[in-house]
Design a binder for this molecule. Structure first.
Ligand code: 8DG
Ligand code: MG
Length: 149
């Protein structure tokens, strides 16, 4: 097996589908100079040492978007596990319907609010490809089964 256990570092990234009152999700474009530049992703980033996924995501969304989120507003949605050439990505993805403040591109990134059904029109990292088809149904299920808003 080429992708044997322990061969590559495991990188933990937490990401979030922020959902607005029209049911659209926020994606942002990875800037020039970063790996996977130009691709559209869910806001979030690498966890720091000792950080839980929820705390890391609250920090990242504040840094990247200037918003404040309560830990309990982050609803686990699904995850991605993907073998990049240099590392293995493990990325829990949350959904969030509630935040404080105006969503602002703090790092100059391009942003778009898109219908979950239209995610297929955007070029996203390979780790996100399976999510495109899953998200509309998963968000609907989560909304039906829990008080998310
Ligand atoms: N945030 C995010 N990262 C993703 C997604 N899909 C995906 O493969 N990734 C990968 C790209 C990167 O290898 C990694 C995130 O790393 P990053 O460098 O953007 O992390 P960061 O926001 O902490 O940025 P930095 O401080 O390291 O510059 O996860 C996604 O939907 N959202
Ligand atoms: Mg990031």
């Amino acid at each position: 097996m080429t992708d044997s256990a322990g061969a590559k570092p495991l990188v933990l990234v937490a990401a979030c589908a922020l959902v607005d009152d029209r049911g659209r999700v926020l994606i942002s474009q990875r800037p020039e100079g970063k790996p996977l530049a130009g691709l559209w992703e869910f806001p979030g980033g690498k966890l720091e040492e000792g950080e839980t996924p929820e705390h890391g995501l609250v920090r990242e969304l504040n840094e990247e978007l200037g918003i404040a989120i309560e830990l309990t507003s982050l609803k686990p949605l699904t995850f991605s596990s993907f073998p990049y050439p240099d590392f293995h990505l493990l990325m829990p993805i949350y959904a969030c319907w509630r935040w404080l403040g105006q969503v602002t591109a703090k790092e100059g990134q391009a942003m778009a609010w898109v219908s979950p059904a239209a995610l297929g029109e955007y070029a996203m990292p390979p780790a996100d490809e399976p999510l495109k088809g899953l998200l509309p149904g998963l968000l609907g299920l989560l909304l039906e089964s829990a008080k998310c808003k």
